[in-house]
Design a protein around this ligand. Structure first.
Ligand SMILES: C[S@@+](CC[C@H](N)C(=O)[O-])C[C@H]1O[C@@H](n2cnc3c(N)ncnc32)[C@H](O)[C@@H]1O
Length: 267
């Protein structure tokens, strides 16, 4: 049975995750390079989704390395397995990080992006992540730290209402959008040493590739919330219109929702 979550695991969302990965790929690659992921590394991809980052990690670690993807959605896992069918250095497991144990350990690195903000208790992930790493291994997170940074300049009321709706929606499922505010302390309490906490926030314009990151999220998210009967069509139209108007204006400016890159070492 498919195990859905607040954003859904339908085809449109799967495609959106692909676009999102290509937009964020340079930042992931830079981080992995700086942290030391290389040929021969053993990497755990936590909440791997449809496997877009998993493919890149598999190519980087090469035949002498290994990548293990863990993911709760069977739809996403099926996509991951199809994409990675020709890569013998990848294994994947269908599991719920809140309930199931990570079936392998001794990892050099773990990679976890946009997952903790969907969990009822990120401390469980932090503990299992710690146990899965070898001593000296590094955990890498890219998670939201201040979602409200996301705004147009000048501000737009429908866009601000949209953010509040997203945060409320996630909180109703028992999770916290700005999870990176709590992660550093959870990691330290678990026995990790913090190596880096780098902000990831951008000021973008409609001609920037990154503009399509928030834009595609709004399109897909509004359609899903409408389908679920959570929002009114009139309000959804006003949000979409605000985004379309700004997108058509080449002088528009947007600040992206602020993420935090956290690198923590297992002592
Ligand atoms: C926004 S997607 C991010 C996917 C991927 N990390 C990426 O960067 O493209 C969040 C992922 O977390 C997974 N997820 C959510 N809760 C989970 C849980 N309890 N155990 C395992 N995976 C979970 C979802 O199924 C989804 O694939």
């Amino acid at each position: 049975m498919e195990r859905d979550y607040v954003l859904g695991t339908h085809e449109d969302e799967l495609q959106r995750l692909g676009l999102q990965h290509y937009i964020w790929r340079p930042h992931a690659l830079k981080c992995w390079n700086e942290v030391g992921i290389t040929q021969g590394s053993k990497v755990l991809d936590i909440g791997a989704g449809p496997g877009y980052a998993t493919v890149d990690l598999a190519d980087i670690v090469g035949e002498s390395g290994e990548v293990v993807g863990i993911e709760r959605s069977s739809n996403y896992l099926q996509h991951l397995r199809e994409k990675l069918a020709d890569k013998p250095n990848v294994r994947s497991y269908e599991m719920d990080i809140m309930k199931d144990d990570i079936p392998e350990d001794d990892f050099d690195f773990s990679w976890c992006r946009w997952v903790n903000s969907f969990l009822p208790d990120p401390s469980v992930l932090v503990r299992k992540n710690y146990d899965a790493l070898k001593t000296g291994g590094k955990a890498i997170f890219h998670e939201y730290v201040h979602y409200e940074t996301w705004q147009f300049i000048p501000p737009s009321q429908p866009q601000e209402e949209f953010i509040q709706e997203v945060i409320k929606n996630w909180r109703e499922t028992g999770s916290e959008t700005n999870v990176a505010k709590t992660l550093p302390q959870l990691l330290v309490n678990q026995g990790f040493e913090l190596e880096a906490t780098n902000p990831l926030v951008f000021v973008i314009r409609p001609h920037d590739f990154m503009w399509h990151w928030p834009l595609s999220f709004v399109e897909i998210n509004l359609a899903r919330q409408l389908e679920l009967g959570r929002i009114e069509k009139l309000w959804a139209d006003s949000v979409m219109e605000a985004f379309e108007t700004r997108t058509k204006d080449p002088n528009s400016v947007m600040i992206t929702p602020m993420m935090l890159e956290i690198i923590a070492k297992k002592c």
